[in-house]
Design a protein around this ligand. Structure first.
Ligand code: AMP
Ligand code: ZN
Length: 138
């Protein structure tokens, strides 16, 4: 596994050094709630191994991330009442990437929600993020 990057925010989440509302974890990946959610239930799936972006991530890790994104997306429909899902990865500053540890956004979409991409990140209500995370966990 690639060494953790000591300056990387998501490596710190993977290591449990900073808190996150984790919804799924397996050998290769962790999925946790985005703290600036574009919609209710917005989650991120990351490989445990540090990789900067789409160009650096190992193919096996990308496949593992995709599988967990599919699982989280299904739960967003079943448990949160979403009507659709956007999967989004930003690779490179020009593509809006701001955290340089690969992550797949799993953004539930609700009928007629007002979201337009790219969204303007703003802090969410942590109680509601935790509640949505609890609905997506297990
Ligand atoms: P991107 O702009 O595609 O690189 O996405 C980075 C995402 O990480 C943004 O949607 C942020 O809201 C999210 N984010 C940043 N810090 C944290 C954190 N500590 N916990 C959860 N999500 C975070
Ligand atoms: Zn990292």
């Amino acid at each position: 596994m690639a060494a953790a990057d000591p300056d990387c925010l998501f490596c710190k989440i993977v290591a449990g050094e900073i808190p996150a509302t984790i919804v799924v974890q397996d050998e290769r990946t962790i999925a946790f709630m985005d703290i600036n959610p574009a919609t209710r239930g917005h989650a991120l799936v990351v490989p445990r191994a540090h990789a900067r972006d789409l160009h650096e991530i190992e193919t096996e890790d990308l496949a593992a991330v995709a599988a967990v994104a599919k699982l989280v997306a299904a739960r967003q429909l079943e448990r949160l009442g979403a009507a659709g899902v956007n999967l989004l990865n930003s690779s490179g500053r020009a593509a809006w990437q701001t955290v340089f540890h690969f992550h797949m956004h799993v953004i539930p979409r609700y009928a007629d929600d007002p979201l337009r991409l790219p969204w303007a990140p703003a802090p969410g209500d942590m109680d509601d993020i935790s509640a949505a995370g609890a609905e997506l966990a297990q």
